[in-house]
Design a protein around this ligand. Sequence first.
Ligand code: PLP
Length: 480
Amino acid sequence: MTSPDARNLQSRLLRLLPSVDEIVTRLKNDGANGSSDTALSDAVRKAIGIKRQLLLEQTNPGLPDATENASLCEQTLRDIVLDEAKQILSSNKQLGLKKVINATGIVLHTNLGRAPLSDAARSALNDVAQGYSNLEFDLNLGQRGSRGSDVESLLCRLTGAEAALVVNNNAAAVMFAIHTMANAAEVIVSRGELVEIGGSFRIPDIMRQSGAKLVETGTTNKTRISDYRNAITQDTALLLKAHTSNYRIIGFTEEASRGELSELGRETGIPTMEDLGSGSLLHTDGLPHEPTVTESIQAGIDVVTFSGDKLLGGPQAGIVVGKAVWVEKMKKHPLMRILRLDKLALAALEATLRAYLDPDAARTQIPTLQMLSTTREKLKKQAESLMNLMGENACSVLGARVEETSGMVGGGAMPLAELDSFAVTLSPQNSSAESLETRLRNATPPVVARIHEDKVILDLRCIREDEMNQLAVILNEFAK
Ligand SMILES: *Cc1c(COP(=O)(O)O)cnc(C)c1O
């Protein structure tokens, strides 16, 4: 908006915006019960702010003429702000933690709660939530039983490990395992594997908190088995391998294999551990190879840890599988009580793991695996059907188009893998991409999208069938 006329109109409109007090009074007259005065004026301020931003961006705000018919224009603006304030107040009454539509195309988005659960997992969780359960009760013997025993035997069956145990998350699993195996002793780690995941999980810090002493070996790009051997002293208690989940070292690189490491461990009597991060149980077609848990166990690693809510596609959990001597030691440790998994997560985890007994079933039933393997053709069709649901008018007002895009696995997994995808992109006629993105984020349910080259990108990969209609309704509302 550059012409003097347009600027003139804009400042006239801005002056016609209602005052906070005026709208607060209207809200009270309309019976806005249950909100404090502060909540009312906060909502009104926010509503005025949104309208002001839109007026600054719009070349054609679609209002009555501000010169000829100033009072009608003022009244219209007052109604619009009032409506917006009512919407803000009603969304303020919703729960703070709520469902959102993930239009980012990032499947394991840590900020958006990582893996969505399968139908079976949700139903198991619901059953256990509703009433009582045999959480720590043995129904065969009619006496106290052990929490998580079903999940543990499933894990052994699926990975070939001798023993298993579950805790609150993988960070807890790593720290607990190191603490149990190497408290007050030395742990050898390759310099190429000193990974940081999401800010607060850093191998050197976890090591310090576990009470172990980190001994770095090798170099950033090359660490050979001889480097581990040379770093061993009489204080060495553990040889640790950490999966470089969220980065890759490429070029001239070398790392000791799991087999070599476990061989060295057996020869010297020092246990080995691997933090796998994501811990896939299956290979995913079309994606880079991630080491599976079974591969690690078969290579002879003593203790393997991984997350429940990354590629596995279950609830937040930390999973430990490996040699019974170590797992039993952990189970008897006082920290176990502090780190134990709650019954809801346990129910969801068991149902998720059960699906893996039949790999084909797992691929179709577990949302994470499904989303990762959705084809480009299918995503393109979904993008087209979203445009259809929006209708011609909304598509034209919002400048909607079907375009190719690329997403990511997320959750610190497969950092180099780009997921070819399709998106509906929006370049609205009547507002900026930024304010459309803000309005989407504040919709009910909120829609999380990203902006690229001045367009709002709605990647279809993580949008469920039943969310398509909701999304279309929201977009239609914005096009009015
Ligand atoms: C993700 C990850 C963790 C942390 O797991 P959480 O389940 O988020 O606690 C630890 N180590 C590696 C290598 C990871 O990728």
